[in-house]
Structures are given as structure tokens and as C-alpha cells.
Write a protein that binds this ligand. Structure first.
Ligand SMILES: [Zn+2]
Ligand SMILES: [Zn+2]
Length: 252
């Protein structure tokens, strides 16, 4: 019984390991589909690259969820209007579905760091002009609690944020925000329960003063915005003036 319940995880771990091995043996193959890369391409083939970077719908500038045409965005979209966030804006690479969702799930597994690096580089290349227009002074990832970072082997948001900071030529400061307690899985919680569960889960580095600073806060997925908002609150508490969130995907 235990063996049966572990089987999907074992299969996916083997697949991840296989992709990692493929990358070592054939560095010129796509991380997601295994196709041979065209000359001058790294990480992903043209087809995967296009799928990952084609956001099919316009998005809400406040929470980055998909919106229809001619939507009234006064005070946010239908999903976020009435919800208070401690960040100012949120942008995304795409919706949490299809190939982007597969890539994020794969990235979160043990040894997913190599995939996170190429995904971060693709994101930086695609969104550079938009992110630069926010004029951030510093890039900070949403931290994982150390126990989760230890079990996963790395923090995927930190790898993604580093790629964005490098492309923007802006300081990268993963130590400026800490997660003081483990919040557990939030999947089964309602938006209100998530907010209560997270309250006070983050704190800024000791003695930090971010007065007048614009922060680019980076995470992999945004669902209700509760995690990003709580992280932003900790940065506001030390003076951050403007906080723009960038996520790989928004789970509508
Ligand atoms: Zn591919
Ligand atoms: Zn919204």
C-alpha cells in the first residue's frame, strides 16, 4: 500500500533525474521536451520557448490574474477588488497551466535547480523591458522556511530572482527577508484562512532600512496573493516605498 502511494513520486523523481542526466550527457537538448536545440539556443527549444512566454490573456496589473477585454479595473479586477495587498503591483510570465505549470512542478522537485536556472534566464530575457520600467533598487526572493529549503535542496524563488537581478544589473539580496515559521501546505485553505495562516510569517533582516526603495519581490506562483502580501508587509515595516511582485505564474 505504502509502495503504491509512493509510486507516482518515485516515477516523477526518476523522470527528473533522467532529464538531469540527459542535460549532462546532451547539453544541447531542451529541458522540457528533450528535442535537440537549434544553434545559439540554450535551455529550451523554440517551440517550448514560445509556449512558455506566450501569455494568452491580458492581466490585472494589481494581482496578475487573467482578465477579459474591456474590464473595469478600478480598484483591481473581479478577483482582487476588495482584497488589500501590501504590494503595489504584480506581473507574471504566464498563467499556471500547460507547459509552464509542468515546468514549475518539475522545478520544485529535488534537483530541479538546473531547470530553475534556465527558466529564470528565459523569464529575464522575455520580461526585461517591463521589469526595468519598474526601476527596482533591489531584487528580493520570497524565502522558504529553512526546513523546506533543506528538504528540497534549494529555494526555487531565489534562483529565479537571481536571474532577474543579474539581467537587470540590480543588487540581489536574498538575506534581507526571512521566513520565521513554517506555514505548511496552503492548498486546501480558503483565501481568508491563508491570510490568517501567514500573518507574521516573514521578517526583514535586522537593522535593515529600505526607506524610499523600490523592491522587486520574486516568487514562483501567486494564488491568492496572501504569501506575497505578507512578505511585502515585512518589507514595508522597514520602510520600503514601492513593492512590485514578479511571479512566474498566476494560478487563476
Ligand atoms: Zn522543447
Ligand atoms: Zn486583480
Amino acid at each position: 500500500m505504502i509502495f503504491r502511494s509512493c509510486w507516482p513520486a518515485l516515477v516523477s523523481a526518476r523522470r527528473t533525474l533522467w532529464h538531469g542526466t540527459l542535460q549532462l550527457l546532451f547539453p544541447g537538448s531542451c529541458w522540457l521536451c528533450g528535442q535537440t536545440l537549434a544553434e545559439g539556443h540554450t535551455g529550451f527549444c523554440l517551440s517550448c520557448r514560445q509556449t512558455l512566454t506566450s501569455d494568452p490573456q491580458p492581466t490585472c496589473p494589481r494581482c496578475s490574474s487573467s482578465i477579459g477585454p474591456h474590464v473595469d479595473l478600478t480598484g483591481g479586477c473581479q478577483r482582487c477588488r476588495g482584497t488589500s495587498f501590501d504590494f503595489d503591483e504584480c506581473t507574471r510570465l504566464g498563467p499556471y497551466q500547460g507547459l509552464l505549470r509542468d515546468a514549475i512542478l518539475r522545478m520544485k522537485r529535488w534537483q530541479g535547480e538546473g531547470l530553475a536556472e534556465v527558466l529564470g534566464a528565459l523569464w529575464a530575457e522575455h520580461a526585461l523591458a517591463r521589469l526595468r520600467s519598474k526601476q527596482p533598487h533591489v531584487v528580493i526572493p520570497v524565502p522558504l522556511h529553512w526546513t523546506r529549503r533543506w528538504s528540497r535542496g534549494y529555494n526555487q524563488s531565489q534562483v529565479l530572482a537571481r536571474a532577474l537581478a543579474l539581467a537587470l544589473a540590480v543588487p540581489f539580496q536574498p538575506g534581507w527577508l526571512r521566513r520565521r515559521r513554517r506555514t505548511g501546505s496552503q492548498t486546501a485553505l480558503t483565501a481568508e484562512e491563508r491570510r490568517k495562516n501567514l500573518r507574521g510569517a516573514f521578517h526583514a533582516g535586522r537593522g535593515l532600512n529600505l526607506a524610499g526603495k523600490t523592491i522587486l519581490l520574486v516568487d514562483d506562483v501567486l494564488t491568492t496573493g496572501a504569501t506575497a502580501s505578507d512578505a511585502a508587509r515585512a518589507l514595508r515595516a522597514v520602510g520600503a516605498e514601492r513593492i512590485n511582485v514578479a511571479v512566474l505564474a498566476h494560478a487563476d
